[in-house]
Every structure is written in C-alpha cells, then in structure tokens.
Design a binder for this molecule. Structure first.
Ligand code: 5AD
Ligand code: SF4
Length: 422
C-alpha cells in the first residue's frame, strides 16, 4: 500500500501522524510525495479554530479531485468530534484515541468506517518513531481543564498520564538510534502523574539521567500548575533547556476569569519573575487570544501591557473562534470580526518589535546549537539553541547533523539567527 499524508495542527498531531506513518512503514507500506501516487490518502485534522476545521473539508475535496481511486482517511481532532459529517466525504474516519488500530482498520475496511474511542485506553503503548535527531514523546494524553474557549478536552478526552517506565524505555530506545533531544508533550505537562506517587519534576530528573541524551524540552505548561520546583529543575538539570512556553491567553483578570483559566495576572507575573530571576538566559514564549467575548479595549490594552512587561521571545496569537461544545460560544458580548482583526494586527506588530529586540541581544554572542538538518536549498545547516531559537549556519565539512556546535551569531532575521561556528 502506498500512502500520502497531510497534517494540520499542533505538535500532538505531528506526533500522531508520525505514529501512523511508523505503523504503516512497519507493515511494508511506502510513502509517496504526491497524492496521485497513493492508494491511501490520510489527512490529520485540527479542530482548535474554525478556520483549521474548514481547511479540512476543502482539502478533502481537493485531494479527492486529484485522485479519485484512493481511499481517504480523515483522522485527528475533527474526526473525533465531527465523524457524522466527515463520513459523508471521507471513506474512513479514525478518532484521536483509536490510532493504535490504524493499520487493521485501513486494511479491513473500504468505506463508511467510523472508529472512535472516547479516551486513550492504552497510554503506555510505545508507538514507533521515524528516526530523528529531535523526537516528540507523549507523556500524557487528553485534558481536564475545560477552559471556556477550548475544544481540546472534547477532541482528546480525559487526562491520562503514561507510566514513567514506559516513557523512559521509549526515550532509551530512541537515544540508542541517534536521537539527541526529546520534547515531552502534553496539553498540561505540569499535571503529569496526578494518579501516581510521582509528578512531572520527578520524571524530568529521571529523563535527565539517560546516557547519550543531550537535551530535554517540554510543552505545554498551564500557568496555574507551573511550580517553583519546575523552575529549580530548569536551573539545575543540565539537559533541561532554558525555555518555557507559558500560555497567557489574556492580560485582563476579568477575561481570564471568563476563560476559566484559574490564575490571576498577578500570579502569572510572579511565576515569570521567579523564572527570570532563577534561570540565566531563559526564554519565554506564549499563546494569546484576542477578541474573547466581552473583551473591551481596556482589557486588550492590559494584554499589550503584559507583552511589554514580560518581553516574550515569541508569541502565538489568535482571533477568538467560536467552537462547538464550549461555554464561550454562547457568551454575551461577542466581538465583531473586524475588531478582532484590528487587535490581532496591533498585538502582532508589537510582538514583532519585541522579537527583534530579543534576537538582537544574541548578536556577536556565542550560542549552543544542536544541528537538526540541512536547509531546503542545501547550502546551510539549521538547528536551535537551548532557548529554542532557530539558528542557520553555512555548511562546514567537520560538522554533521546531530552535532552540538558553538555558534557566533552574526545576523538576525525576522524570526531566527544566522551565525558561524567557532
Ligand atoms: N479560538 C482561538 N484560539 C484558541 N486557542 C484554543 N482555542 C481557541 C479558540 N477557540 C489557542 C490558545 C491555545 C492555542 C493552542 O490555541 O491560545 O493556547
Ligand atoms: Fe492540537 Fe488542539 Fe488542534 Fe487537536 S485541536 S490538533 S490538540 S491544537
């Protein structure tokens, strides 16, 4: 069987696509570069905003037009919640928690198959990886937070943590095959291990002991559960990189409450300041939603103020999008689309300036880069420093993918750095 795969959405989805590819390759299937060559076309969908969901339907139409014979499989977050609608346009629909059975499903079913499980029932199953320098590791599945804008608790089910032994075993196997960096993934990694007698920080200490592993990252942290112990771990553990992604969502306490985020802006800032104080050269990134219901100009300005105060290295910002099953979709005071766009542009302009300021601080300095690959043009290496900033450097004979190189930064681009090895 030849397969073509297209992925929308977050790192969780990228990892799910990799799992599916791994399963197919283990069963002697082959990957194709174009949909025309495939017997099986897989689309991994994202439901977090309406725009992402709409893209899925247009993409299925386009792919069906390019290849009328292939079997089309829709998987991912939209598949999990909108299978009734999807089964009319895709041949097979596989939800987020059913991908362990992916191969048998596609082998045995041709049309009209819907395969959905409400929660992850085999969290400790070790899925295959495609060998890479940096690898994504799910440490937990699902989410129990129910922020009022968010569809994820519905698309990914209830929170369940993987056992430490299974995670360590997975990482050891990867390191034996050349992996240098792991990114530990969860919707809220700080609540890892709720039902165990160990937690996320304990897990980090264990992972840090793995011989041959060079770097550890994690995402995403929920500010309400982001602890001092974690900050100390970032300071103390040699392999744990100095970067946190701490989604702010809004700078207004009124909006945070409506979002059911369970922290105040004062509590959030206190954690940021502790991190800045304890962790030398630590970077911070965030997610922000503009135009949440009842967000006034003053509320929005409070968000801008936090941007200026924290000085995030990067922020990912979005216009609020109404999602099914969520509380916010029925709230009064929905903000008009053009106003959301105006706020988004303002915020992104401010962030672009801050990002440049932050990047400039690296100029002429030496930063440590893990070489992840070769640029599309083939004349440069790219990698990331410990702070998660992308760094490009010219080809050199004595450097190879997987090396950790000290690089002197010579220039800054819009979102990345350019340098030369020293
Ligand atoms: N509308 C806009 N952005 C959203 N996000 C999650 N749900 C929505 C929504 N309904 C954003 C949040 C989250 C990121 C992954 O996506 O900022 O942190
Ligand atoms: Fe990822 Fe959320 Fe999109 Fe699902 S809905 S792909 S969990 S961002």
């Amino acid at each position: 069987m030849n397969y073509y795969i297209k992925t929308f959405g977050c790192q969780m989805n990228e990892r799910d696509s990799e799992k599916v590819e791994g399963i197919l390759l283990e069963n002697n299937c082959k990957k194709t570069d174009t949909p025309e060559q495939a017997d099986l076309i897989i689309i991994n969908s994202c439901a977090v905003r309406e725009k992402a969901e709409n893209k899925l339907y247009s993409e299925i139409g386009r792919l069906r037009f390019r290849n009328k014979k292939a079997k089309i499989v829709a998987m991912g977050c939209v598949a999990q919640i909108n299978y009734e609608k999807l089964k009319n346009v895709a041949d097979i629909v596989i939800g987020t928690n059913a991908i362990d059975e992916f191969y048998n499903i596609v082998k045995e079913h041709d049309i009209n198959g819907v395969f959905i499980k409400p929660n992850m029932d085999k969290p400790d199953y070790i899925f295959p990886h495609l060998n890479k320098i940096t690898a994504y590791i799910d440490i937990m599945y699902g989410c129990d937070n129910f922020c009022t804008y968010c569809i994820v608790p519905h698309t990914r089910g209830r929170e369940v943590s993987r056992k430490k032994e299974s995670i360590i075993e997975e990482i050891k196997r990867l390191v034996d095959n050349g992996t240098k960096e792991v990114m530990l993934l969860g919707q809220n990694v700080n609540s890892y291990g709720k039902n165990f007698n160990y937690g996320f920080v304990d897990l980090l200490y264990e992972v840090n002991k793995i011989k041959g592993l060079e770097r550890i990252r994690f995402t995403t942290s929920h500010p309400k559960d982001f602890s001092k112990d974690l900050i100390y771990a970032i300071r103390d553990l040699k392999k744990l990189c100095e970067h946190i992604h701490l989604p702010l969502q809004s700078g207004s306490n009124k909006i945070l409450k409506l979002m059911r985020r369970k922290y105040t802006i004062e509590e959030y800032l206190e954690k940021i300041y502790t991190y800045k104080e304890m962790v030398k050269d630590g970077s911070i990134t965030t997610d922000i939603i503009v135009g949440f219901p009842q967000e006034t100009e003053e509320d929005f300005e409070e968000t801008l103020k936090i941007l200026d105060e924290v000085k995030y290295d990067t922020s990912f910002s979005f216009k609020y999008s109404k999602r099914p099953f969520t509380k916010a979709k029925d709230m009064d005071g929905q903000v008009p689309e053009d106003e959301k766009l105006r706020r988004l542009n303002m915020l992104q302009d401010l962030q672009a300036k801050i990002t440049q300021e932050k990047l400039k601080t690296y100029e002429s300095k030496i930063t440590e880069v893990l070489i992840e690959g070769v640029s599309k043009k083939g004349n440069q290496f790219f990698g990331r420093n410990r702070q998660n900033t992308v760094v490009n450097l010219d080809f050199m004979d004595n450097i190879k993918v997987g090396d950790i190189v000290s690089v002197k930064v010579t220039r800054t681009l819009k979102h990345s750095l350019v340098g030369e090895p020293v």
